[in-house]
Write a protein that binds this ligand. Sequence first.
Ligand code: SF4
Ligand code: SF4
Length: 452
Amino acid sequence: MLRFQGTRNWVYPLWIDGRFQRLRRWAFLALHLILFLTPWISIGGNQALRFDLQERRLYAFGAIFTASDTLLLLFLLLFLAFSLFFFTSLYGRLWCGYACPQTVFLEAWVRPIERWLEGERATRMRRDQGPWTAGRALRKAAKWALFLVAAFIVSMAFMSYFAGARELWTGRAGPVEYTLVGIFTVAWFWDFAWFREQFCNFLCPYARFQSVLQDPDTLTISYDPARGEPRGADAKKSGRCIDCKKCVVVCPAGIDIRNGFQLECIGCAACIDACDSVMTRLGHRSLVVYGTLNQLQGKPTRRLQVRTVVYAALLLALAVATGAVLATRVPFEASVGRAPGSLYTLDDDGRVRNTFLLRIANNTASADSVAFQLALELEGLPDAELIAPEVKLAPEEGRLVPLVVRVRAHDVVARTIPLRLRVRSPLGERVLATTFKSGGESGEEERARAEH
Ligand code: SF4
Ligand code: SF4
């Protein structure tokens, strides 16, 4: 940990095995598989999950979402935020201990590499406190080189969700993408080589909110002082804690859980497994346990607090709203506007002509082209004539389509008439609002001229 006077207590966590560490390793394996394999899965010819920032599109398991789906993105972000609040109020920092990328990469890559090259805790400490020798320099260099490789692989995996896995890993992505990979690689390397647990202590906003997200009924990792205290080696005079400090030396946050709840604790459960390994030899249960503060104090625990119910209700409401938006979603975009610089013209046959530009994009990823049939609806002017080319769009194709609307001059009595354009397709329909312009009643003379 970084002290305020500027020096850092380097943490040398001892490797520990146990049921929770085995559970974490399975979780890390599953998360690695998801991270590295998902970008290589193809659905409907597109990457299963990809945020194409250039095209401003999200490819998500066969569906394509664009800027017009911002409401869904908002619902998704709110859903994720409230899920985190909900689970934190019930289960504390399970995310930090089992699924946060910071924890996953430190435990799955950094610490094994460090142990492999520099030895276990005692050896690492002795070497770091000793003089710089050729062997120590060589070990450090090899370790940092491997950290750099790990940081690069992690950054490439992360950027695969944005630049496209195939393009990125085969060198076909653009310079911006590779520059970002470089920046992320440097950031991860700095984190792996030096910053580590300080990220949780000083930068992570989620860690900062723990005190307001948790309550005495939240599941946390705690030391049981009723069984453990007074601590000491004399089994006759003391509680069960023999003060072996194994729960302290395994802690990647460098804290002593026996001092009570601390914000630095990431809920990794290493201290539970450590104490378990000591206590089972003495015929007891671990003194560090998963439990609520109320349980430890012998009070009843109420898992369903008011705020938990409120979070659950909000999650349900968001799920229903998202489902409703998805069910009524039309997977194509369309917008219409007047052609730049055009107001209206009077044709030789006495009709008033307006020119529009229809911007239309097919947001499906199916292999078949979808034909968009255009239908026009004019409020109060049913005899309007629409001149439009036939529009057939391939999946993901977008086009600008010129449209001409002509109305008999006698039929237009106002200068601006609300106009609705209905765009029908096999995928659904959209109704677009615009206006038809004419000379209105003041155009009488023009009309008369056109008629003679
Ligand atoms: S106190 Fe225990 S659970 Fe918390 S970070 Fe340390 S070892 Fe992990
Ligand atoms: S590992 Fe258990 S017995 Fe050893 S110091 Fe920690 S709480 Fe006490």
